[in-house]
Design a protein around this ligand. Structure first.
Ligand SMILES: [Zn+2]
Length: 110
């Protein structure tokens, strides 16, 4: 995947995430756009909305950082070991910051 494609995909993801986050926060404009027919019916389960908001916010942060790496010309390289992140992994998760090994190490440390 070339950097231009990666950037486009990341920017699409950012727009999508911003919309989801707006809906989850109960932003009236976003909710209206998202679900004109039955606004907010999904949001009655507050815990679920809160969990989704946490995930969406973390992913948004990852996407923002990936766009920054595109701008800095280091996109596609693992932020820990600086090796090339495999193409297939970037295809599946364009916002991935680490190769599988470093991500695994990081998750085990938590
Ligand atoms: Zn690595």
């Amino acid at each position: 995947m070339d950097v231009t494609t990666a950037r486009e995909r990341l920017e699409d993801m950012l727009v999508e995430l911003d919309r989801s986050i707006g809906v989850l926060r109960g932003d009236p404009v976003a909710v209206r756009e998202y679900s004109a027919a039955d606004a907010g019916s999904d949001l009655t389960d507050n815990d679920r909305a809160q969990a989704m908001l946490t995930v969406a916010t973390a992913q948004r942060q990852a996407v923002v950082e990936a766009i920054k790496r595109v701008e800095e010309g280091v996109y596609g390289r693992c932020v820990d070991c600086a090796r090339q992140v495999p193409e297939g992994r970037l295809e599946a998760r364009p916002e991935a910051a680490r190769c599988v090994q470093c991500q695994g190490k990081r998750e085990r440390r938590r």
